[in-house]
Design a protein around this ligand. Structure first.
Ligand code: ADP
Ligand code: MG
Length: 618
């Protein structure tokens, strides 16, 4: 590579982008300066380019270690599309293919080579690396090295063996979307990163709109949602295989082309269904959480959770598969009370790890119960959902994102000091602990058998909130839980206690006020939320008058992708097609200005795409 080529040239020439995204420049610079580098960036932030561009610019070969065989193929296809010499070594190659690829690699055919971690200490592979100069080892999905990460891969531990075998030390770079300190520390320690340059970019994904909905009929909600956004690609996560089957069948019967994925299907069908989804043959995927890390599809425009997942980590990771291309995307969680119970059952039944003692297992169950509680709070809060997520991951934000169902809903801020004090006094006056339903019944002066028989109608606060609705009191109590005035037991009974925090006294003495956002009419506010969304002026809405051209370009892309047997987004992303519709380039020069068009793609596809654009511009 010509030493005068700059990273900006690379970005434009190979990837067709005008500018770097947050964090990319820092990471690329630090690698080019020869420093070990650790990049922690959320999914979709553009980590690949951070090692691919230095890989192109440095003079030797870059090895990229990544756990997923299915992904490697697409990643290398993307590189080739961009005009970069890439290859992959994994178990999907036959022995002969592998040997041939190694031969080519030895004579310097490839700049960037993806390797499965299992291959690293394979004899033939070691022979190869000793014949060439490895300038960098890039460890993608680096959290796999940590037992604390969600996807621990013991074979990742072999990376250091490979480095030892080399006899010299290339630059080591590592990338992950997992931000916890334990994982970060493990990556640095186990990979033996030397004084690494480190960067964590914000976890906020501004293009994702977060929503929590409590529809009476989840299925109708999903069906209507998909019908209202035709042609869009999305994932629906269900809590069980049975539910996956059910929802998938119903959608297909209702005329929505849908495929499915869960661990009960055989390998062949799983692969086929995943391909159909990735290659845009079928727009909708219904899946359990087994449909996981291997999804690198950039144009997923919605992720619906049919059930509440078990914790915020899972939720953010799964929801985060939407909008990787930077387009606006919806992350909708459909909450039902039964989701809480099902998840609780999973926790109580879980006896997965045989190696643990009962005490250790109980500790883990405790942790899981707490995480479930925090997940449930997310579904119940009326405050900004984005703030809730970010604060869960240890990031501050101002709490009014304007792009979540709570910020968009029409909430009234109400002073609930009086009601909150009644709740506290009521709980304090009882001889034993009760759950939320009973407390609400007492406060509302219920005449139900249960209340009368237990003599609860004789408590001081009986009927003190007779004018309040059940729903209002429920929201007040949840708010008090979130704000730490009340504590709920972690067991299945979920009984309420008053917290020992000083702020309880402050509240009772009226030294402090407690306010809460309250939605009186959720249906009404939903209408408004939708309208707001529709009004917002952004690129994705402008293209509607170009719809025909857009569809024509999508068709051309699909044809091209089929010929090359790569996923459609490897040719051009939706965003790139949209930009073509809006700016309607007429010449090759103008075509090259489109974000996502580099020189290689201009040469390969410019003519055909320009032709279609011309036809529609006449
Ligand atoms: P990650 O590995 O961090 O999840 P990827 O590397 O897969 O993210 O990139 C996500 C998407 O962002 C891809 O479609 C990629 O082409 C795009 N992308 C990366 N860098 C840029 C950039 N500088 N400008 C515009 N799009 C970019
Ligand atoms: Mg990645």
């Amino acid at each position: 590579m010509c030493s005068r080529t700059t990273k900006y040239d690379c970005l434009k020439r190979y990837f067709g982008y005008e500018s770097f995204k947050e964090g990319q420049e820092f990471l690329i610079d630090s690698i080019l300066e020869g420093k070990d580098t650790l990049g922690i960036m959320p999914t979709g932030a553009g980590k690949s380019i951070c090692y691919q561009i230095p890989g192109i610019m440095m003079d030797g070969i870059t090895l990229v270690i990544t756990p997923l065989i299915s992904l490697m193929k697409d990643q290398v296809a993307s590189l080739k599309e961009a005009g970069i010499r890439g290859a992959y070594f994994n178990s999907s190659l036959t022995y002969n293919q592998y040997m041939k690829a190694l031969e080519y690699a030895k004579i310097g055919t490839y700049k960037i080579i993806y390797v499965a971690p299992e291959r690293l200490i394979n004899r033939a592979f070691l022979d190869f690396v000793k014949c060439v100069k490895i300038s960098m080892i890039a460890v993608d999905e680096a959290h796999c090295i940590s037992q604390w990460g969600q996807d621990f891969r013991p074979s990742y531990l072999r990376i250091t063996d490979l480095i030892d075998e080399l006899g010299y030390r290339p630059v080591i770079s590592a990338f992950t979307a997992t931000a916890t300190k334990q994982v970060r520390d493990d990556i640095i320690r186990i990979l033996e990163l030397q004084d690494p340059a480190m960067l964590t970019t914000g976890f906020d994904r501004k293009n994702l709109k977060f929503e929590v909905r409590k529809p009476a009929d989840k299925y109708s909600f999903v069906r209507d949602y998909i019908r209202s956004s035709p042609g869009k690609s999305g994932i629906i996560y269900c809590i069980s295989r049975r539910l996956v089957e059910e929802v998938c069948d119903k959608l297909n019967r209702d005329g929505i082309r849908t495929t499915r994925y869960h661990a009960g299907l055989d390998d062949g069908e799983r692969r086929k269904n995943q391909d159909n989804f990735t290659y845009d043959t079928v727009p909708v995927m219904v899946a359990t959480n087994a449909f996981g890390m291997g999804i690198d599809k950039s144009n997923v425009s919605f992720v619906i959770h049919y059930n509440m997942p078990k914790n915020m980590e899972s939720y953010y990771q799964e929801a985060g598969r939407a909008g990787r291309d930077g387009e606006n995307a919806d992350c909708i969680l459909l909450f039902g009370e039964s989701d809480v119970h099902v998840n609780q059952l999973f926790i109580e039944k879980d006896s997965e790890n045989e190696e643990l003692t009962e005490a250790e297992r109980e500790m883990l169950r405790d942790r899981d119960r707490r995480k479930l509680r925090q997940m449930t709070m997310y579904c119940r809060t009326n405050e900004c959902l984005r703030q809730y997520i970010l604060s869960y991951f240890g990031e501050d934000s101002d709490g009014n994102c304007g792009n979540c169902s709570n910020c968009l809903a029409d909430f009234m801020t109400v002073d609930i000091t009086g009601t909150a004090c009644n709740v506290i006094r009521c709980i304090d006056s009882l001889y034993t602990s009760f759950g939320m339903t009973t407390i609400i019944d007492i406060l509302r002066g219920s005449r139900s058998d249960r209340i009368i028989r237990a003599d609860l109608d004789s408590t001081d606060l009986y009927g003190a909130e007779a004018d309040s609705s059940k729903e209002f009191l429920k929201q007040v109590i949840n708010h008090m839980l979130i704000r730490g005035y009340l504590v709920k037991s972690e067991d299945r009974y979920g009984v309420l206690r008053v917290s020992s925090d000083r702020k309880v006294t402050d509240l009772l003495l009226q030294r402090e006020k407690l306010k809460m956002k309250y939605a009186e009419d959720r249906a009404e506010s939903r209408k408004k939320a939708r309208k707001h969304n529709f009004d917002s002026e952004d690129m994705s809405n402008n293209y509607s008058n170009n719809e025909e051209l857009y569809q024509a370009l999508v068709k051309l892309r699909l044809r091209t992708a089929k010929v090359k047997s790569v996923p459609a987004y490897v040719i051009f992303t939706d965003k790139t097609l949209r930009e073509m519709c809006i700016s309607r380039p007429a010449t090759e020069e103008e075509f090259l200005q489109i974000s996502g068009v580099g020189e290689s793609k201009l040469q390969k596809y410019g003519k055909n795409f320009l032709k279609v654009i011309r036809e529609y511009s006449r």
